[in-house]
Design a protein around this ligand. Sequence first.
Ligand SMILES: Cc1cc2nc3c(=O)[nH]c(=O)nc-3n(C[C@H](O)[C@H](O)[C@H](O)COP(=O)(O)O)c2cc1C
Length: 189
Amino acid sequence: MKHLIIYTHLNPNSFAKAVADEVESAAAGKGHEIKSIDLYAEKFNPILEFPDIQYSFMNGDAPEDVKAYQQQISWADQITFIYPLWWGHMPAMLKGFIDRVFSNGFAYTYDENGPKGLLEGKSVHQFINTGNPSEVLSENGMHDAIRKEQEGGIFGFCGMKAETTFFGNIIMSTEQDRKDYLNSIKAIV
Ligand SMILES: Cc1cc2nc3c(=O)[nH]c(=O)nc-3n(C[C@H](O)[C@H](O)[C@H](O)COP(=O)(O)O)c2cc1C
């Protein structure tokens, strides 16, 4: 299994970093071949600019950074995303990665039947940390909304099967809560 881990957080002491380390160690324990992307550390430019649109829709050349990240996506069978929930969404850094790297002609295309995903056969798992307790986000429909938008609207649109694990109440969590979350990762990866 070729496993690409995409981690998005600016704080090396974040719980997301602990999750990323645990995912990597669980994947290594299962014999996965691993590549990792740390978007903040790599100073990824998340701003969709005109050359990206020229590449995606006007037969232009792919920007060099986009090309390199697309090679990693193409390589992977499994892609794991790890990030905190910020204002009900993924961080803008990761949204920009998807805007630029999951481009028309690479991640999806259009034919006479409409849009068609080009990343079929790949699986995605997202680990999303939230400040709200999971019960709150489950009851107010936020978990369902995130699943619909991201599993369906982004990864499903590109032909991939996606699942999400939410780790809730991170800000007020106890040491034991965090240990329990980290211990649950091995069975998921
Ligand atoms: C800019 C910002 C926006 C946030 N928006 C939300 C939100 O919409 N819902 C939520 O449950 N928590 C929200 N939070 C709380 C984070 O999800 C929480 O800090 C994070 O899950 C803690 O995990 P970490 O250590 O990996 O960052 C927000 C935090 C920040 C900094």
